[in-house]
Design a protein around this ligand. Structure first.
Ligand code: LMR
Length: 340
């Protein structure tokens, strides 16, 4: 027994000192995955699911380090970090690809372009979605998947029932020209800010209001500093999961194939759960009792749609017109319905 203990101790010492004679397992490949939202959101949970699947299926050969809540980088910085290889994976909202000079992604920001989720899915899971992701290759980036969040609500400290209610308001937006045009068309002043700065902007009055799906609103406590929330569903917020191309293509082919299957499964889970997570977040906002939550009647929604739809034409000079028309064609004859 003494001999055995002695043997173990000398092995442990050699290992600790990193001495020759000790076989070390190959160091794990590390994927740093940076994002800006809370963990308990559709994107936050999908990132954790991807990590879980990868570490389990590669038996630890690949480690995924997820950095939520802008803990590593803010919106713009994370895109720079990805291109420089300081992080390997991100899932920026589609509105943020303007930072890379990729205007066509702003098509997702056009108000009322998607009458329902069926149309949205036909776009993200069909040829249009793939063609957009392919455009990223010129930037040293590969697009792996689209992750869903949801349709946006509007919030402020005064009621926002009609489009005119936004007149004169300072509204925080994501940095997108389409969202700028959207707020301007309502007579509001758009304030583009990084996501990590939104709560403080609302709390201090730098911005009067904002727009986001309920999951982002609730998880960042925006409802505590916004007295009115209106479920307008006027626009969409989703993500593209992207990787540094050099990193991804340098992975051994079998590992890459495993990671790609993990991405397919994490994406499926995200898309199945995003509607539920947003519905739950909206219920939690109501239960918190700090904001009045209003659902629009069909007649009120028509008012918002009429006020905002012209932004689609206005943006034809910025976003590829054929792309907008292809989406409109997919949406033709579809009913407005955001419930699932
Ligand atoms: C925002 O900046 O409002 C959102 O895009 C954040 C996110 O990634 O969902």
């Amino acid at each position: 027994m003494k001999r055995l203990i002695g043997l173990f101790l000398s092995w442990a010492t050699m290992a600790a000192l990193n001495l020759p004679g000790v076989v070390h397992a190959a160091p794990a490949i590390v994927i740093k995955f940076s994002h800006v939202v809370d963990e308990n959101t559709p994107k936050g949970l999908a990132a954790l699911e991807f990590k879980r699947l990868v570490e389990e299926r590669t038996r630890g050969k690949v480690r995924v380090e997820v950095y939520p809540n802008s803990s590593l980088y803010k919106d713009k910085e994370e895109l720079e970090a990805l291109q420089l290889g300081a992080v390997q994976m991100l899932a920026p909202s589609l509105a943020k690809f303007g930072y890379l000079g990729m205007r066509d992604f702003e098509v997702f920001d056009l108000p009322y372009i998607f009458p329902n989720r069926r149309v949205l899915k036909a776009v993200t899971e069909g040829p249009i979605g793939r063609e957009l992701l392919n455009q990223l290759e010129d930037r040293g980036i590969l697009g792996l998947a689209y992750w869903d969040n949801g349709f946006k609500v509007m919030s402020a400290n005064t009621p926002l029932l009609h489009p005119e209610d936004l007149k004169g308001k300072r509204m925080r937006i994501q940095p997108s020209r389409v969202l700028e045009a959207q707020m301007e068309s309502l007579g509001a002043t758009p304030i583009p800010l990084a996501f990590s700065d939104v709560y403080t902007a609302l709390e201090t009055g730098l911005a009067d209001g904002t727009e986001n799906p309920p999951s982002n609103l609730y998880s960042k406590n925006m409802h505590k500093v916004q007295k009115y929330v209106t479920v307008t569903n006027h626009g969409y917020l989703g993500y593209a999961v992207i990787v540094n191309r050099k990193f991804w293509t340098s992975l051994p082919a079998d590992l890459r194939a495993t990671l790609e299957r993990c991405m397919v499964d994490a994406t499926k889970r995200n898309n199945e759960e995003s509607v539920r997570l947003n519905a739950e977040a909206l219920e939690k906002v109501k239960a918190a009792g700090t904001s009045v939550v209003t659902q629009l009647t069909p007649a009120q929604r028509e008012e918002w749609r009429k006020a905002l739809e012209p932004v689609q034409r206005k943006m034809e000079g910025r976003i590829n017109k054929t792309l907008i028309e292809r989406i409109r064609k997919t949406a033709a004859n579809e009913q407005y319905s955001y419930a699932r």
